[in-house]
Write a protein that binds this ligand. Sequence first.
Ligand SMILES: Cc1cc2nc3c(=O)[nH]c(=O)nc-3n(C[C@H](O)[C@H](O)[C@H](O)COP(=O)(O)OP(=O)(O)OC[C@H]3O[C@@H](n4cnc5c(N)ncnc54)[C@H](O)[C@@H]3O)c2cc1C
Length: 322
Amino acid sequence: MIEHGGGRVKPASLEAVHAARSLAAKTGGQVQALFLAQANDPAQQTVVRSGVDQVLLMIHPELENYTSSRYLSTVVECIKKGGPLAVLLAATNHGKELASGLASMLGSGLATDCIGLDYIEGTGITVQRPVYGGKALSSVEFSGPDPAIISLRPNVFRPDSAPKETEASIIDHSPEWSGQSRLLNLKEIVKGGGALDITEARIVVSGGLGMQGPENFHLIETLAGVLGAAVGASRPVVDSGWREYSNQVGQTGRTVAPDLYIACGISGAVQHLAGMSSSKCIVAINKDPEAPIFDIADYGIVGDVLKILPILTQEFKKALQE
Ligand SMILES: Cc1cc2nc3c(=O)[nH]c(=O)nc-3n(C[C@H](O)[C@H](O)[C@H](O)COP(=O)(O)OP(=O)(O)OC[C@H]3O[C@@H](n4cnc5c(N)ncnc54)[C@H](O)[C@@H]3O)c2cc1C
């Protein structure tokens, strides 16, 4: 899995390629690089000449900015088609997040921040990772379904020499999302039914202090009614008695992972994100363009939530009737 930016591949990803090549030499397998981008990118050429056998290219305008839900669903589809033995990622912020998401979505074993990697006939892949603050090393074997998901500590797997000047073949795995297909997905999700327990619902519409008072929650309930969604809330909303505790999403509330999470007037504090960041698609409405919730949102609407919610409800109604 390749990370890049500004037309360059991150060195930690080239190290992951090097580690993958060493592993493939032992297993007799091939090395494929997963490259996601919004459009053709100069960094592609570096990957093509990095010593991998194939580059799996996923190009789509919606991949312009990293969002865990968008990247995860794209990569999971690709992994399911390819059936690799292992997926190696650099243990960067994005790499760590993707690694845990991939392991959870694929039901695979996960080893993070590894500093050693080997393949033993009969045992399979083994990794070494520091534990107890680096005072001890643990050796990990994988059980359960492939692929093993492994994040590698940067600056450990540096290649001694440049890879051989070979050119990898390119396989186009670009997703074919369009506004229409997303709409159809929404219809499917809504048709799938709205369990009203927030932990089971496929759609959750949540309100935060930006809703400004319990009297405005009818706007959230109306949208939730149209979508067959459950209503969620941030902790201060619950603490203020606007909603019941069973609605609270976050570290000290419920953990939800719906297909669609709509955050209304929620800032995106880390304790709230802890309960909803695995949602497949996150929509955020906030009047503050700098609100942290926009960092993880797939779609963001900047404006007054009390004005936007009625419009959004009408638009969803129309879209679902078409
Ligand atoms: C130990 C601990 C555990 C916690 N557990 C949880 C938890 O489980 N769940 C949880 O949610 N929090 C939890 N918190 C609290 C968390 O830190 C935040 O304080 C909380 O999530 C903020 O809630 P909020 O986003 O509703 O409010 P705020 O942070 O006040 O954000 C309100 C947002 O609304 C926006 N806004 C205001 N008016 C409008 C408008 N008219 N239109 C659009 N946007 C508007 C503002 O720009 C702002 O971004 C916990 C905290 C601690 C210390």
